[in-house]
Design a protein around this ligand. Structure first.
Ligand code: BGC
Length: 355
């Protein structure tokens, strides 16, 4: 080998060597955006994503925006400016993120939508979520069975019901509402269920930013205006936070264990589970955030390593621009009869946490 060839070979080795050392040291960075720490589920989601991604060798940055949409926009812009390699976003109001998402796309940063679909953008590659309409049908079927609505219909009996639905800027909320009405609408139509406030549409029952305080004041107003002479039998709420607000309103209105209504929720938070054990909440929806994180991590791998993620829905989640390939996890109802088996034996909570 002549001198020139030797030095070329050496240079090539050095370049390859340098390349190797860059990829070994410079692990890829995933920027995660979560909506709020005010509800326990998102704290668990963030923690599970972070630890599972770190186990796979990724660097992780995790930020919460405390339900402040402007803060979430600037967190996203900040990640894009820094040049993270991939983004995982659980939006507060995805409508305001559209421009920053376009910037991410332009910078070649792929985006995974986490739990809540990112609307009106083509910058999202995959979506990991729970079956959001399924959450609604599970809640409504629980009510249907617990109150035996078919038997009530036969007997010409009726139950009063009020609805507390999710945030209008969260695509999940309407899916959930539609799931509920798919089951309950016929009982409202034939008078087996009576909504004395008359508030049964999504527009009339949705609660901006999933606010517990609004749920409480809505419930207080409804009880004062409509339930002076008759009791409320069912509070159909879409979120554990709403169930806490409804509980406070019911206590304020003098409800006791004797006439406590059936109260639904979502997320199976620790406090909700304690309330289920105590009897002031009837059921919740368990969403295993460990599983959801696992699915989202396979999507991060897919966009960064070129692997195939697991997808089980390619039809339901159209965001107005594209239909996003999705993995939907299955929601499960928990109540007094099965919380031990599902939450404790399943390793989600310890018995001590629920004391
Ligand atoms: C999630 C629910 C959660 C709600 C409020 C929804 O987007 O799917 O699990 O209860 O937000 O945080």
């Amino acid at each position: 080998m002549n001198k020139k060839l030797v030095s070329m070979a050496l240079a090539a080795t050095m370049i390859v060597g340098a390349g190797l050392s860059v990829s070994a040291e410079g692990a890829k960075t995933v920027g995660i955006l979560m909506p709020t720490q005010s509800s326990e589920r998102w704290i668990n989601d963030g923690a599970n994503m972070k630890s599972q991604l770190e186990e796979k060798g990724y660097n992780v940055e995790l930020q919460y925006a405390e339900d402040d949409t402007a803060m979430q926009v600037s967190q996203l812009e900040n990640y894009v400016g820094k040049g993270v390699d991939c983004l995982v976003i659980a939006a507060i109001d995805s409508g305001v993120l559209v421009n920053a998402e376009a910037q991410a796309k332009e910078a070649g940063i792929p985006i995974i939508a986490y739990d809540r679909l990112l609307m009106d953008t083509d910058a999202v590659s995959y979506y990991a979520t729970f079956d959001n309409k399924g959450v609604g049908t599970v809640i409504a079927n629980y009510i249907k069975e617990a109150k035996d609505l078919d038997a009530a219909r036969e007997a010409g009996e009726s139950y009063t019901i009020e609805f507390f639905m999710g945030s209008p800027d969260d695509n999940n909320a309407l899916f959930l509402y539609n799931g509920i009405m798919e089951v309950l609408q016929e009982y409202l139509d034939d008078g087996t269920l009576v909504c004395k406030s008359g508030r049964t549409s999504f527009e009339d029952t949705c609660i901006l930013r999933w606010s517990q305080e609004t749920a409480q004041s809505n419930c207080e107003n409804i009880l004062t205006a409509n339930y002076a002479d008759e009791e409320l039998d069912i509070a159909c709420t879409a979120f554990d936070g709403f169930a806490y607000g409804v509980k406070a309103a019911l206590e304020g209105a003098g409800y006791t264990a004797e006439n406590w209504p059936l109260v639904t929720g979502q997320d199976a938070e620790v406090m909700a589970t304690k309330n289920i054990i105590a009897g002031s909440q009837t059921m919740s929806i368990y969403k295993d955030t460990r599983l959801l994180a696992e699915k989202a991590v396979t999507m991060v791998d897919a966009v960064l390593q070129g692997t195939e993620p697991e997808i089980n829905d390619t039809e339901q989640y159209n965001n107005g621009v594209i239909t996003v390939p999705t993995y939907m996890c299955t929601p499960v109802a928990v109540d007094q009869s099965n919380y031990k088996e599902i939450l404790i034996d399943g390793g989600y909570y310890t018995e001590d946490q629920l004391q």
